[in-house]
Each structure stands twice: as structure tokens, then as C-alpha cells.
Design a protein around this ligand. Structure first.
Ligand code: HDE
Length: 689
């Protein structure tokens, strides 16, 4: 890779490989370790603790340029947080194509199987501020920047395949309603308040999306265990100019899994960084998160063959009707060096496309195409944010745009306009054959009108389909989520309106929520859609034990077999962390030792996927009480429990022996196998709690 020439900093042949972005970023990295301190002007600093004063007890002098520079820079360190998706976390990786999409799109990075493209991904919550808890009940952003040799392609999606509204003009209203209420700035990162539900009830296009945000999807176990969706219908255009409608999906290799609401609330206190920690640690330890890219494709001629409008962003394409074709895999394999420089300054835009990918007239997408550049102008302070290292394409970029705050590129020469003769009329647009982007020539004919298409007016059929597709535990969680959220609303009329709206989704759902709220249900469901889509239920998702965290409760004098069991659990992909009376090391009956990661003060059951009781008692009088509380909570959250070496005494005391997902087998191999199987199951919903 060359210096940062050609705007982008690419090798001369413009070939992108999985390392292209990394090599470009390397040119901007600075390691301050072992260096002499200087000012920003490069002047060596002799003193950094005392400002320049008249006498030791006298006033500070304006002359103190070092103090002024340091303080001024500090005073300007913060930038506005994102208006939505402020709380996020990112990582680098690569995307590898499995199968050529040549028949559908001419996008270069989707042509040759095995092609690797560098990517940067940022996951986020939507409503909360930058410092808010990550286990908020909320949609998650899932934004991916592909650094291709034809320019940056951004797939700016969510972990939910539909959206609250159908037209971008309503986005400010939606966000005003969901953000903390303006008169008291309460509540933070939560939809459980009057203005949000008032918006929902009075804008019933929200019905389908609120079913998703009240489902387990809104409280993921990990960013690594969520699906991603492009939401809108896009177009693939091939080199014959033929267009197909396409929807994008990310499928996590670890499957889709969630926590329960009680855990989510506790996690926000115990570790508000739970999701970023999980992502950072997984990458740091070489357990690289993987997501397969899938596409659903509809031929142009079939645009009107569905019982919904494929341009309506509140509708999904059921996977059973339009199969998801898996075409490649993204692997996140590198944490950022600096969260501000990379994750905070990354600027996504659904309008960043490459030849072969185009837009449709989805009115939500059309509005997004305006909003993203506009928001970066305020957030990143001017029009040159494409020059920030994280945002630079890895291919050359040349045009006549000039100047503006923070301009870094030194464009040489006299000419900055088109057309010209002085520079041989360059830089010059190139033909489609040479890679020039040409918009798909869709024929559009109509009157200027502010209206919503009739075909967008069914707000409930797919909300009902979502409900029909849920397993019983998932349905219960949805009922509880509505009951919690509406229960937090102060206005009875708001609660009543939402319950009335839910009748149109499902009468049973509405009456269960109404009962919890002390309301009665009026009216009945006119539509009665009986369709379901099994792909929507998390109960049908992939189940694996990999990277699941087990808390091992163990004390001094532990059984000599324990070490072998722990090794066997690790060999199956689980991660074990030792919880004991005090930190340091503990010694087993045979003299072997174990490093302790946590005491009951630093560990909490909600931070783990399973518990293994290897010692029912400890050396401190509180061990038994704390272990009992820990195990009981694991049980209440439906997670696997295992016990050996008299650990089952504790289970006896708690009355948990023999319950689903409680493993107490005697032989070492079958114990490990049963425990791992239980961990892969994720949760045991059939427990009587
Ligand atoms: Fe966004 N959205 N959005 N959005 N969105 C932003 O852009 C907007 C929508 C999504 O990690 C903002 O850079 C409008 C749908 C993600 O940096 C802003 C509308 C989907 C992220 C904006 C939508 C998304 C954003 C705020 C309705 C899923 C975080 C900061 C028309 C397909 C990207 C920023 C990151 C961020 C506008 C709806 C996903 C204000 C106007 C639908 C993942 O431009």
C-alpha cells in the first residue's frame, strides 16, 4: 500500500484485499509510549503538572501556551452524540463471498467466490444516550461498511426486519416520542413511558414493529447472537441492466438468543457495558463473531404478487415464501485501537452504494438518503468527514470538491471545476462500462402528491403473523413486555388506546395485557390472519454451547476431579470463570490450585449463562447464603445448573434437584456432555418458577 495518495491510499493496481483497510489505518496510527512529551506544535515540554504562575502561590499567566493548548483541546473534546443510535460499539473484520451474485448484480465484491472485503461494523441501541445501559429494551442497529474497490458500500440495518413508520417525514415525531420526555428528561433509554405509547396508538403503522420490540429480539444476549436486516427493499442490478428486488439478512452463526427482562434490568446496573464487553472479549480471545449474509430476491415482474406492498418498510418477506439465499460470511476479527477515532467517528449512510446496488421508492429509504449526510455535518463538524481514517474508501477518490473545516487533502494544481481544458477536462466522469455509477432507469409516472399508497394501509396482518409464529414462552414474554411498558405509563387513556390497538393484532394478546393492566377489552379482531412463519421464532434458531460463560462456585479443598471437568468443558467451547470466597488462588484436596476470577461481590448470576456448583460450602460464613441466592437466580432465569462433589446438597436445600436443565450426573464424561447439551439449549422455559 502506498502513502495516502489518490485520496484513498491504495496500492497502484487498486486491488482490495482483506487487509487493505488495516494497511490504510496503519498510516494514521501513533504510539505515544516511550516518547518525549511535546505540544501540538512539536515543542518538547519540560513540565506538565504546574501552570505558569507569578510566584508559587500567585495567579496563572495568560502567557502559559502549554496550559492554554492543553485546556482548549480538552474543552473541545466532545462532539454531539448521534441523535439516534448514540450508544454503540464497533469492530473490524472481513467479508468473504461464498457464491457469485453475477446473475443478479454487477457489484465487484459479489462476483468471485473467495473474494475478501474489509468491513467495519457498529452495533448500537437506538433510543439511549451515549452512556446509557446496553440492555435497554430496544431495536439494535447493525451497520456495516464494506470497503470495496469500487468505493464504500454501507448496509445500515437493524436487528429487526421492519420499522415503526412508513414515511421518513414521521421520523422526527417517532424519535421525539421515544426519547426521554422533554419536561423532565425521563426515562433514559426506555420506551416505557406515555409519549412513546401515545405515538404508537395514534400511528398504527407501528403495530408490527412494536410486536418485535416487545419480543425477546429487543433484549439480545449478545451482539454476536442477533440477526441483522437491511429492512428496506433494495435493488440488485446486473451487467445487462436487469434489476431484481432484494432484501439483506445477517444470520449469526451462534444463533439468535436473548436474555429475560429481569436479567436485562439487572445487567444494566451490574454491567451497563455488558454487550460491548462481550464483543470486545470474544474478539480479544480469538472467538471471532461470524454472521452469514443472506439475500431474498424477487423478480421485478413479481412486484405485485404479494398480499403486502414490497416497498412498505413495515412488512417483511416471509422466509418460507421467499427463501434466504446465503451468499457469504462476515468475520469480526479485530477490535478498534481507539473508540473515538474509529467507532464514534465512523459515518454510515444507506446512500453509500456501489454499481450493481440501487434503491427503491420505499419512502422511508428515500428520506434516509437525505438524513445521514445531513446529520454527519453537525456531528462531525463539516463536509470533510470522508477524510477521517475510518471513513476513507480504500480506492482512489478524485473530484472538484474543495475546502471546508478540517480539510486534510492538499489538492495540487490550478483547476477545481468541471468541465475544463486546463487539466485536460479531468477528473472526468467515466462510462458505466468503466465503472461509473448509473442509477437504475426505473420508469416513474405520477402527480406530485402528499399521500400514502392504499397498498400500505394494512397495519395488522403481519403483526398477527408475528404473534402466531411465537412459541408459548415467547408469547408470554410479549404479554409481559406490553404489561410492563404500559404499566409504566401514567395516563390511563394511553394504556386503553394501546390495548384497543392490540385487539387488531390478536384478541388473546390484548385480553392478557388488559387483564394485567386492570382494563377490559372492547371490540374484536377483524382480520383474523392465521398465517405463521416459523423462521420468526427464536425457538427454531441454532443452538450451540460455544463461548457460553459458566460461573463455577468452588472453594478451598475442592475435589481433584474438578480440574479435568473444567478442562473438558473448555474443550467443548464453553468459558469457565471461578467464583470463590476471595480472589487469588484456591487449593484443592490433592494440592492442585485454581486461579479465582471473582468473589460473590464482583460476580453476579446475570453475568453468566450457567452455573456449576463444585463446592456447596466455602471458608466464609456467607458463601453458602450467597451461593444459594446465585443459584436460585440462575434457576429463575431458566439457565442451566450443574452440581458435583456434594454441590447437589445446595440443590437439595433449594428444592431444585431433578428440575429441567439441572444436571447432577455422577460419571465425569456423561456429566460434561449433559451439562454442555444443557448450555447449548440456552434456556429451560418449562421450569415452574
Ligand atoms: Fe437511521 N439514522 N434513520 N435507521 N440508523 C441514524 O445517522 C434515520 C432507520 C440506523 O452506527 C442517524 O449517523 C431516518 C432504519 C443505524 O453510526 C440519522 C430514518 C434503520 C444507525 C438517522 C431512519 C436505521 C442509524 C443518526 C427514517 C434500519 C446507526 C446518526 C427515515 C434499516 C449508524 C447517524 C451508526 C443512524 C436517520 C430509520 C438504522 C439521524 C431519518 C429503518 C444502524 O441520520
Amino acid at each position: 500500500m502506498d502513502s495516502i495518495k489518490d485520496g484513498g491510499g491504495t496500492s497502484l493496481d487498486n486491488k482490495v484485499n482483506a487487509n487493505s483497510k488495516e494497511e490504510q489505518l496503519e498510516q494514521f496510527r501513533v504510539d505515544d509510549k516511550d516518547k518525549a512529551m511535546t505540544t501540538n506544535q512539536g515543542l518538547k515540554v519540560s513540565e506538565d503538572e504546574f501552570s505558569l504562575k507569578i510566584g508559587e502561590r500567585g495567579p496563572t499567566l495568560l502567557e502559559d501556551f502549554h496550559f492554554r493548548e492543553k485546556m482548549t483541546h480538552f474543552d473541545h473534546e466532545r462532539i454531539p452524540e448521534r441523535i439516534v443510535h448514540a450508544r454503540g460499539y464497533g469492530a473490524h473484520g472481513e467479508f468473504e463471498l461464498y457464491e457469485s451474485m453475477h446473475a443478479y448484480t454487477k457489484a465487484n465484491f459479489l462476483q468471485t467466490p473467495g473474494t475478501k472485503t474489509p468491513v467495519f461494523v457498529r452495533f448500537s441501541t437506538v433510543a439511549g444516550s451515549r452512556g446509557s445501559g446496553e440492555l435497554a429494551r430496544d431495536a439494535r442497529g447493525f451497520a456495516t461498511k464494506f470497503y470495496t474497490e469500487e468505493g464504500n458500500y454501507d448496509l445500515v440495518g437493524n436487528n429487526i426486519p421492519v420499522f415503526f413508520i412508513q414515511d421518513a417525514i414521521k421520523f422526527p415525531d417517532l424519535i421525539h416520542a421515544v426519547k426521554p420526555e422533554p419536561h423532565n428528561e425521563i426515562p433514559q433509554a426506555a420506551t416505557a413511558h406515555d409519549t412513546f405509547w401515545d405515538f404508537v396508538a395514534n400511528n398504527q403503522e407501528t403495530a408490527h414493529m412494536v410486536m418485535w420490540t416487545m419480543s425477546d429480539r429487543a433484549i439480545p444476549r449478545s451482539f454476536r447472537m442477533m440477526e441483522g436486516f437491511g429492512v428496506h427493499t433494495f435493488r440488485f442490478v446486473n451487467n445487462q441492466g436487469k434489476s431484481h428486488f432484494v432484501k439483506f439478512h445477517w444470520k449469526p452463526v451462534l444463533g439468535v438468543h436473548s436474555v429475560v427482562w429481569d436479567e436485562a434490568q439487572k445487567l444494566n446496573g451490574k454491567n451497563p457495558d455488558f454487550h460491548r464487553q462481550d464483543l470486545y472479549d470474544a474478539i480479544d480471545s480469538g472467538n471471532y463473531p461470524e454472521f452469514e449474509l443472506g439475500v431474498q430476491i424477487i423478480e421485478e415482474k413479481d412486484e405485485f404478487q404479494f398480499d403486502f406492498d414490497i416497498l412498505d418498510p413495515t412488512k417483511l418477506w416471509p422466509e418460507e415464501d421467499v427463501p434466504v439465499k446465503i451468499i457469504g460470511k462476515m468475520t469480526l476479527n479485530r477490535n478498534v485501537d481507539n473508540v473515538f477515532a474509529e467507532t464514534e467517528q465512523v459515518a454510515f449512510h444507506p446512500g453509500n452504494v456501489v454499481p450493481g446496488i440501487d434503491f427503491t421508492n420505499d419512502p422511508l429509504l428515500q428520506g434516509r438518503l437525505f438524513s445521514y449526510t445531513d446529520t454527519q455535518l453537525i456531528r462531525l463538524g463539516g463536509p470533510n468527514f470522508h477524510e477521517l481514517p475510518i471513513n476513507r474508501p480504500v480506492c482512489p477518490f478524485h473530484n472538484n470538491q474543495r475546502d471546508g473545516y478540517g480539510r486534510q487533502t492538499i489538492n495540487v494544481g490550478q483547476v477545481s471545476y468541471h468541465k475544463n481544458s486546463l487539466a485536460g477536462n479531468t477528473p472526468t466522469p467515466v462510462s458505466e462500462e468503466e465503472g461509473g455509477y448509473a442509477h437504475y432507469q426505473e420508469k416513474v409516472d405520477g402527480r406530485k402528491i402528499r399521500a400514502r399508497s392504499e397498498s400500505f394501509k394494512d397495519h395488522f396482518s403481519q403483526a398477527t403473523m408475528f404473534w402466531n409464529s411465537m412459541s408459548d414462552p415467547e408469547k408470554l414474554h410479549i404479554v409481559n413486555a406490553f404489561s410492563f411498558e404500559l404499566g409504566m405509563c401514567k395516563e390511563k387513556t394511553v394504556r386503553e388506546q394501546v390495548v384497543e390497538m392490540l385487539v387488531n393484532v390478536d384478541e388473546d394478546l390484548a385480553s392478557q395485557v388488559a387483564k394485567n393492566l386492570g382494563l377490559t377489552v372492547q371490540g374484536n379482531n377483524a382480520s383474523n390472519n392465521s398465517k405463521s412463519s416459523p423462521a420468526l421464532s427464536q425457538s427454531n434458531s441454532v443452538k450451540k454451547p460455544d463461548t457460553r460463560k459458566i460461573a463455577v462456585l468452588v472453594s478451598e479443598g475442592f475435589d481433584k476431579e474438578l480440574i479435568a471437568i473444567l478442562e473438558a468443558l473448555k474443550a467443548k467451547g464453553a468459558q469457565v470463570e471461578i467464583v470463590s470466597d476471595c480472589q487469588g488462588t484456591i487449593t484443592g484436596a490433592d494440592g492442585s490450585s485454581l486461579a479465582v476470577q471473582h468473589t460473590f461481590l464482583t460476580a453476579d448470576s446475570v453475568l453468566f449463562d450457567a452455573v456449576y456448583i463444585a463446592s456447596p460450602q466455602g471458608t466464609t460464613p456467607t458463601y453458602q447464603k450467597e451461593a444459594a441466592y446465585f443459584v436460585k437466580e440462575v434457576y429463575n432465569h431458566f439457565k442451566p445448573i450443574a452440581a458435583t462433589f456434594y454441590g447437589d446438597q445446595l440443590l437439595d436445600e433449594l428444592g431444585l434437584k431433578g428440575q429441567a436443565g439441572v444436571i447432577t450426573e455422577e460419571t465425569e464424561t456423561s456429566f460434561v456432555e449433559s451439562f454442555i447439551e444443557a448450555i447449548a439449549m440456552h434456556r429451560f422455559w418449562n421450569r415452574a418458577v
